[in-house]
Design a protein around this ligand. Structure first.
Ligand code: UD1
Ligand code: CA
Length: 477
């Protein structure tokens, strides 16, 4: 059996009632990406010839999510089969079969089982070998809710019984069906046509094909793995949360193996960007330390010896060696990116927005927002300030409470602050404006015109203290 004959069915029509959500279950997110994308990735890694996604509940949204995946990952033969109404997993597969050729080896995946490894699926396809029915199974300490694998005295698989139809003795069986099977299309076609719905849920169960295979003398192989995570389905918010933690722990462990020091791998998150679909990729140099509760999104690079404090959100950013990001800092480069230079100190409570570029040893302190601005080496904005659309020279000191008024209500304008300028506290630099090198802007100034280099600029009312003044006294009633 060659890979070219492998066709994949992804069942994604169910409502997911137990999620109690308006969003179709297969579009719920795990590590920032829809469950369905995780499953489509599996199909892609197996080099499937064709993928048929069965849609039903929320079909337009599910189809749009697939289209997004196809455009992000490139060429792929992906088709949809609409299942309306949703009468069970067997009924779902029935809708896909007209789109599959008889020579196909069909791998049936569930859109709500996201963490199966490609090598497990390959082994299942091997076990099918184009002539057997191969089932992915696992033994669970708590098998509740899953279909149970019923075996004969000699150990051969006889059938699957769904939890709701199982007797007390059958419910005691700890080997469950993982929701994934590999089966020749020509056999599947015959069995699915004969499915009935005389069961507890009045559904057409795909799992009933097992008993049919046995009756037809087709060998049934249970490929039993011992990693429950690979077959864990998402049916409820609690299950989604526990898979999220498992998935994140896995990423955290991979980073620790590279030497990254995570203060607590259980409090680490790396996600795809749900706005753009950009994959979550964190690259770290040697001796990077990351404190608890940080969330990384999209592509983030952290240079050697840099430290990230607790509870930072960092998306699409490059943080150079030796930089220190203090707790509660929010960095989001979106499409343009953010750059933090070597040895820079950012935060706590700082906000770096798209196009923020900090040079070496720059300091950006608490409640300082920087957007589309370059701060050259050694520049400092330590407290409560805004720098938007600005070019800030080396060693500039930008005072507390100062802002660039970069927006005139229609257009954005640039502010240039040349080398070694000292901007006092609470200044408004009304763009477009240039502050000449080495100059000082006195506290509280509103600067509307360019200033020459090396001068003191004041743009505020002159202070008066009135000696003739008396504080008013309270009138007698
Ligand atoms: C199913 C299996 C069960 C197995 C478990 C593993 C059946 C009858 N039962 O149960 O043996 O242990 O998966 O996770 O197959 N779907 C459709 N159309 C439908 C119904 C479901 O497309 O009419 C899709 C769902 O969107 C979901 C998948 O099929 O992605 C599984 O459906 P679900 O209702 O979650 O089945 P389980 O009860 O978990
Ligand atoms: Ca399920």
């Amino acid at each position: 059996m060659t890979a070219a004959m492998l066709d994949v069915i992804v069942m994604a029509a169910g409502k997911g009632t137990r999620m109690k959500s308006r969003i179709p279950k297969v579009l719920q997110r795990l590590a920032g990406r829809p469950l369905l994308h995780h499953v489509l990735d599996q199909a892609a890694s197996l080099l499937a010839r064709r993928v048929v996604v069965i849609t039903g509940h929320g079909a337009p949204e599910v189809e749009a999510a697939c289209a997004g995946w196809v455009s992000a990952t490139g060429q792929f033969d992906l088709k949809f089969a609409l299942q309306q109404p949703q009468l069970g997993t067997g009924h779902a597969v029935r809708q896909a079969l007209p789109l599959l050729a008889d020579d196909a080896l069909v791998l049936v995946l569930s859109g709500d089982v996201p963490l199966t490894r490609a090598e497990t699926l390959r082994a299942l396809v091997q076990a099918c070998g184009g002539e057997r029915l191969a089932l992915l199974t696992v033994r669970l300490a708590d098998p509740g809710g899953y279909g149970r694998i019923v075996r004969a005295a000699d150990g051969r698989v006889e059938r699957i019984v769904e939890h709701k139809d199982a007797s007390a003795a059958e419910r005691a069986i700890d080997e469950v069906y993982g929701g994934i099977m590999a089966v020749p299309a020509r056999l599947l076609r015959g069995w699915v046509a004969r499915l009935a719905n005389d069961n507890a849920q009045h559904e057409y169960y795909l799992t009933d094909v097992v008993a049919m295979a046995v009756a037809d003398g087709v060998p049934v192989v249970a490929h039993c793995i011992d990693d429950a995570l690979q077959v864990a389905g998402v049916n409820s918010p609690a299950q989604l949360a526990s898979l999220e933690r498992a998935c994140q722990l896995h990423q955290a462990q991979a980073l620790m193996e590279q030497g990254v020091r995570l203060m607590d791998p259980a409090r680490f998150d790396l996600r795809d960007d749900e706005r753009s679909g950009a994959p979550g990729v964190l690259r770290c140099g040697q001796d990077v330390e990351i404190d608890v509760g940080c969330i990384f999104t999209g592509a983030v690079e952290i240079g050697e010896g840099a430290r990230i404090g607790a509870y930072c959100c960092i998306a699409h950013a490059v943080i150079a060696a030796g930089a220190v990001i203090q707790p509660y800092t929010h960095i989001d480069g979106e499409a343009r990116g953010v750059q933090v230079g070597e040895g820079a100190r950012v935060g706590p409570f700082a906000r770096l927005r798209p196009g923020a570029e900090l040079g070496r040893d720059v300091h950006v302190g608490n409640f300082v927002e920087v957007k589309n601005s370059r701060l050259a080496d050694g520049a400092k904005a330590n407290h409560l300030a805004y720098l938007g659309d600005a070019t800030v020279g080396e060693r500039v000191n930008y005072g507390a409470g100062s802002i660039t008024a970069n927006y005139d209500g229609v257009n954005k304008h640039r502010t240039v602050i040349e080398h070694d300028v000292h901007v006092g506290s609470n200044c408004v630099l009304v763009a477009p404006v240039t502050i000449g090198a080495g100059g000082v802007v006195g506290a509280g100034s509103v600067v509307t015109q360019d200033t020459p280099p090396g001068v003191l600029t004041l743009g505020r009312g002159r202070q008066v203290s009135k000696t003739e003044w008396h504080r008013p006294a309270k009138k007698a009633p």
